[in-house]
Design a protein around this ligand. Sequence first.
Ligand code: ATP
Ligand code: MG
Length: 361
Amino acid sequence: MAKTTATLAELGRRADAGDDGAMYALIDVAAELGVDPDDYKTWTALASFAESRPKAKAPRRRAKAAPAIRTQGLSKSYGDTKALVSLDLEVPKTEVLGYLGPNGAGKTTTIRLLLGLIKPTAGRSEIFGIDTQRDPVAAHKHTAFVPGEVSLWPSLTGAETLHLLGRIHGEVDIAYRDELVERFDLDPSKKVRAYSKGNRQKLILIASLMTRADLLLLDEPTAGLDPLMERTFRECVGEAKERGQTVFLSSHILSEVEALCDRIAILRAGELVEVGTLEQMRHLTALQVEAQLDGTVPDLSRIPGVHGFEVHGKTVRCQVTGPMEPLLRALAKAGVHHMTSREPSLEELFLAHYGGSDAHP
Ligand SMILES: Nc1ncnc2c1ncn2[C@@H]1O[C@H](COP(=O)(O)OP(=O)(O)OP(=O)(O)O)[C@@H](O)[C@H]1O
Ligand SMILES: [Mg+2]
């Protein structure tokens, strides 16, 4: 405890002396506590407030009935940029939700809004029934967070960082923390500045998992991890789910989402374009058709339900939604040598939503 007190106080002193790293660390601390750093004359004053902050009791009864996450019309604009457009999303307790989207889709914005770190332009969000704008401190008691861009304190060791982050969150399963350090093969005696990117990511993952928080908000959590560590991460998410924790996982890595998540939400240009189980999504989407023709490939662009078609010599590939008959009739005219059709992989589903030739925003 004495060590933690010294650490926060020391951060205050260093920030007042112009150390940017210490200043950013305290901005993070302020965000965790739901206070505005501008309300404090000095960084030392903020550090001392953070140290004295009494721990809020989580409102357990209210938390039981509500879903883990509920957003209604949640929106965020930066000038003309619509980072998030009227998001309505509900994540029941114990669900692992994969939140997929390309760069700039609004994943990080959603997570920051859920944490009350930024103010929505419109709409609202709740974590276990707690309004995240009105009562971010109470909401944070239920939540652990892995930010997409990790800014840690370079001069602290891994162990000191875990200690400080644990102090900020308030609850730590010490035995589990030590087990995680082993499983992620992290040397906690090293200074953070000496860690590789992957090791910094492991540190922040351990810091979130060790809290056993009811809700884990993980923004691209496996960025920088090697495949072995990715597997360890997957196991940890599985364990969290078994314990009744809820996991909100933003990702670009489709296999990760496929392996881990109960449902998948797909975000594109700030809009939720799809949400459902993988099974549901497969039914919603097109069949992949590949045909080798005897004659010249006809123009398929006007055939209803056909999109994303590519031609390579006499081979044509396309996706079909709805009845196959119009496509079959068009292909039959050219003479079909060989044809296959199958359900799309998650990769193809993903691309059909925002990566394909006809799918740009
Ligand atoms: N502070 C900000 N000021 C201005 N624009 C912002 C700000 N933060 C985000 N944006 C914009 O909002 C949109 C959504 O960004 P966001 O970071 O949420 O995307 P993302 O899905 O997390 O992307 P990535 O996969 O690259 O992490 C982008 O167009 C981004 O440029
Ligand atoms: Mg992001």
